[in-house]
Design a binder for this molecule. Structure first.
Ligand code: E4P
Length: 217
C-alpha cells in the first residue's frame, strides 16, 4: 500500500522523505493554514520537489468554472501536483473537465459509497474517503473503505482508494488488509507505525548482554 503524508509541514515531509518511507503527500486548506500565510505557490513547489510522487493540492473555489481555473494553476506548479476537489456536484464536473486536460484529480470529502461511485465515473485518479471523521460520529469508517473496494473491483474502476482522515496505526493496518491502494497519514501516525515495545525491550537486552560480556566488533 502506498503511504502518503497528510501535512503541509516541510519539516515533517523532509523527515519522512529522507527515510524513503513516503510515496506522496496530501494537503488540505486547514493543514496549509497551520503553516502558511499569503501566497503559497512557492511552498507548494517546495513540497512537490520534496517527494517523488503525487502531491494533492486542494482548490478553495466552490463553483465548477472557478475550480477548473484554480485547478489548472495548481497543476502548473509542478508535475507531481494532483488537484484536489470536494465531492460536490461542481467538484465532480470540475473533475471530469480537468481529467479531459490530462490533469490528475483527487476527489476529497467522500463519506459514502454512492459518492465514491460518482467520483470514479467522473474519472477521479484518487478518491479520499474520510475514515476518522466517520468514526467520530459513531460510524464505521473502515466499512466504507471495504464497500468502495468491492464496488470498484466489481466494475473495474481504476480510481485509487486513498484512505484519509487516519487517526491511529490500526486504521492503517485495516486499510492494508482491505486492500486500499493508498493511505494518507499524519506524521505522528507514520512514526507510531515503527514502534513496538518488544523491539525496544529486545534491543536493550541484546546490548546489555553484549556489553556485559565485553564483546567487540
Ligand atoms: C486528506 O486528504 C484529508 O484532508 C485528511 O486526511 C483529513 O484528516 P482529518 O479528518 O484528521 O482532518
Amino acid at each position: 500500500m502506498k503511504i502518503f503524508l497528510d501535512t503541509a509541514d516541510l519539516n515533517e515531509i523532509r523527515r519522512a522523505a529522507d527515510a524513503g518511507l513516503i510515496d506522496g503527500i496530501t494537503t488540505n486548506p486547514s493543514l496549509v493554514a497551520k503553516v502558511a500565510k499569503g501566497d503559497v505557490t512557492d511552498m507548494y513547489r517546495e513540497i512537490c520537489e520534496a517527494v517523488d510522487g503525487p502531491v494533492s493540492l486542494e482548490v478553495v473555489a466552490i463553483t465548477r468554472d472557478d475550480m477548473i481555473s484554480e485547478g489548472k494553476k495548481l497543476a502548473a506548479i509542478h508535475e507531481n501536483a494532483v488537484v484536489k476537489v470536494p465531492l460536490t456536484e461542481d467538484g465532480l464536473k470540475a473533475c471530469r473537465a480537468l481529467r479531459a486536460e490530462g490533469i490528475r484529480v483527487n476527489v476529497t470529502l467522500c463519506f459514502s459509497v454512492s459518492q465514491a461511485h460518482l467520483a470514479a465515473k467522473a474519472g477521479a485518479s484518487f478518491i479520499s474517503p474520510f475514515v476518522g471523521r466517520i468514526d467520530d460520529v459513531s460510524g464505521e469508517g473502515m466499512q466504507l473503505i471495504h464497500q468502495i473496494r468491492q464496488v470498484y473491483d466489481n466494475y473495474g474502476f481504476a480510481t485509487e482508494i486513498l484512505a484519509a482522515s487516519i487517526r491511529h496505526p490500526m486504521h492503517v493496518v485495516e486499510a492494508m488488509l482491505i486492500g486500499a491502494d493508498c493511505c494518507t497519514i499524519p506524521s505522528k501516525v507514520l512514526w507510531q507505525l515503527s514502534k513496538h515495545p518488544l523491539t525496544d525491550k529486545g534491543l536493550e537486552a541484546f546490548l546489555d548482554d553484549w556489553n556485559a560480556a565485553g564483546t567487540a566488533i
